[in-house]
Design a protein around this ligand. Sequence first.
Ligand code: GLU
Length: 338
Amino acid sequence: MSKPRIHILALGGTIATRPDATGAMQMGLGADDLVAAVPRLGALADIAAETVSRVGSHSLSFDQIHALAAKIRSLDVDGVVVTQGTDTLEETGFLLDLLIDLDIPVIVTAAMRNPALTSPDGPGNLVAAVRVACDPWVRRHARALGVMAVMLDEVHAVADVLKAHPTRLDAFVSPQTGPLAALVEDRVVPMSLPVRDAIVAARPRLASLSAEAQPVALLWMSFDEPGRVIEALIAAPDHLGYRGVVLGAMGGGHLPERVTETAKRLAGVLPTVVSPRAGGGPMLRNTYGGASSEIALREAGLIWGGRLHPLKARVLLETCLRAGLDRAAIGDIFDSWG
Ligand code: GLU
């Protein structure tokens, strides 16, 4: 039987670093280098390797991920593995998930430990990602699984995965749902299928996207925040070029009382999404009263971000704005996330 054709696309990140003359790690390795470092990949799959960029994921742009999605859509292969930095994987992966609707596995992987350290995890994560891409259960359910992240022998839905630690090997977790599958011995052990109704419902409205970036500001609310950045955003010509705002709100969807009136005015001038700074999880809709409560904020026109982490809410809002959606349509889309 012929082996699955797996296309590896390398963007950069720690997995692709090598030491310079001073010993500092620099992005330098390409896809061929990553593949050459793990000879057993050839036994698993018919591998093609392509270097897309050599940049840290902290410097990737929406436009680069749109171009990557177009490239993935154009490939005639059985599965795709993207290697990149870990820093923004939870965002770029989610954007890919919004842009791609294929019946082949699309997997993002990375490394926490660079190749100069003892036990770098890049080679193991790359093998794991290719094994997942070749796995019969994964291939059978590829569309239902959506874009996946494979890290440290776990398979996560990119819509749920978060980078929860800056340096540890086990930095990636899906706190709301847990992983979709685990790798053990030579098996990929399925554990769950993700609930993707919100993405499926949003897709037709996100089908046609402008090439023009739609900057979205992410403002984290903390206690006693005076709201002066929000005031500046409202007052500035063209709102500083921002087209939308995500507010990382407290608890079940609350803002400091002293910011509330400003945030309500902001919602009048830019689509403003309230998203839980606690890291995701459905927010309240109808529990607390008072001027800064979820009931008052929703009545004032702030868009409720549902269970999406603020980083993912920002990605979804940028995509909605590229689709030219108005406030009501954006509200509908976010509403499906709980
Ligand atoms: N900041 C770099 C990046 O995200 C390195 C971090 C990493 O890959 O883990 O690409």
